[in-house]
Write a protein that binds this ligand. Structure first.
Ligand code: SPD
Length: 284
């Protein structure tokens, strides 16, 4: 292995971020994308799809806690969760920490991501053996189009809106999300960068605003995704992320988190002024 091997993530025409690599653990070409798992010096193991970092051992807990627990603590009786994407397993791991969850279905288009994560990222994929977990290898758009079930929570743990994830950012997909969600249910979607992806955030929020009574966006801080600040979109017909949130539920759960707590829950929905200016017309 060369002493000075780096991987560079090119986020856009003007931005690259680099990581020094200790070892390439996996590299494969699936029908959908190039899948790589590398061990880095500074961020531990990383999963990349088509050269874009999906998850890093150093801070994956932040992303996976924040995509799961704000909704789950607003839905204390949730039993049935659908994850679209999420092939590394981190979101399923967090969802299944809640003992009231009876079924967690994950629909991932790319089996190679699941299998590589199973082998090389056991810390994130550790819930694949949970009896409440069901894996479906399929296109999430097609799955929801034909789906006749309803869920308490649907989580869109997608890659960036290029390649196989592009249709996950379209209105027709969200029509199906709405149809398959209880009125007391919540949809959470990977919401991109508030610094670099304003048009995409506006598109996503406008769709959610159009289809759901409550539409919000919330933020978390991380090391890996460009800009450090990253967002999730939130939609629901009935459940408001602040009005239906009780801090005591978090304390009573006795779950031990790295980033999420009742303060970060509330704070994550408080937006900086530039985000209010960019997205305010689509927010409840
Ligand atoms: N730029 C990366 C966007 C994040 C994508 N999702 C990551 C999947 C982690 N389960």
């Amino acid at each position: 292995m060369p002493q000075n091997l780096w991987i560079e993530e090119k986020s856009n025409e003007n931005l690259k971020q680099g990581y020094r690599v200790k070892k390439v653990l996996f590299s494969g070409q699936s029908p959908f994308q190039k899948v790589e798992i590398v061990e880095t010096y500074g961020h531990g193991k990383m999963l990349l799809n088509d050269g874009l970092v999906m998850t890093s051992q150093r801070d994956e807990s932040i992303y996976h806690e924040m995509i799961s627990h704000p909704a789950l603590f607003c839905l204390p009786q949730a039993s049935k969760v659908l994850i679209i994407g999420g092939g590394d397993g981190g979101t399923a791991r967090e969802v299944l920490r809640h003992s009231h969850i009876r079924e967690c279905i994950m629909v991932e288009i790319d089996e190679m991501v699941v299998e590589a994560s199973r082998e090389f990222l056991p810390e994130t994929s550790c819930s694949f053996q949970d009896p409440r977990f069901k894996l479906i290898i399929d296109d999430g758009v097609k799955y929801l189009k034909n789906c006749q079930e309803v869920f308490d929570l649907i989580i869109i743990d997608s890659t960036d809106p290029i390649g196989p994830a592009t249709p996950l950012f379209n209105e027709s997909f969200y029509q199906d999300v709405k149809r398959c969600l209880k009125d007391e249910g919540i949809v959470i979607a990977q919401g991109e960068s508030p610094f670099y992806e304003v048009p995409m955030q506006r598109k996503l929020l406008s769709i959610i605003h159009e289809l759901f009574n409550i539409s919000c966006i919330y933020n978390f801080h991380n090391l890996t995704y460009p800009g450090g600040l990253w967002s999730f979109a939130y939609g629901s017909q009935r459940i408001h992320p602040q009005d239906h949130f009780e801090a005591k539920r978090v304390e009573d759960s006795q779950l031990d988190f790295h980033y999420y707590n009742s303060d970060t829950h509330r704070a994550s929905f408080m937006l900086p002024e530039f985000m209010k200016k960019n997205l305010g017309e689509f927010l409840s």
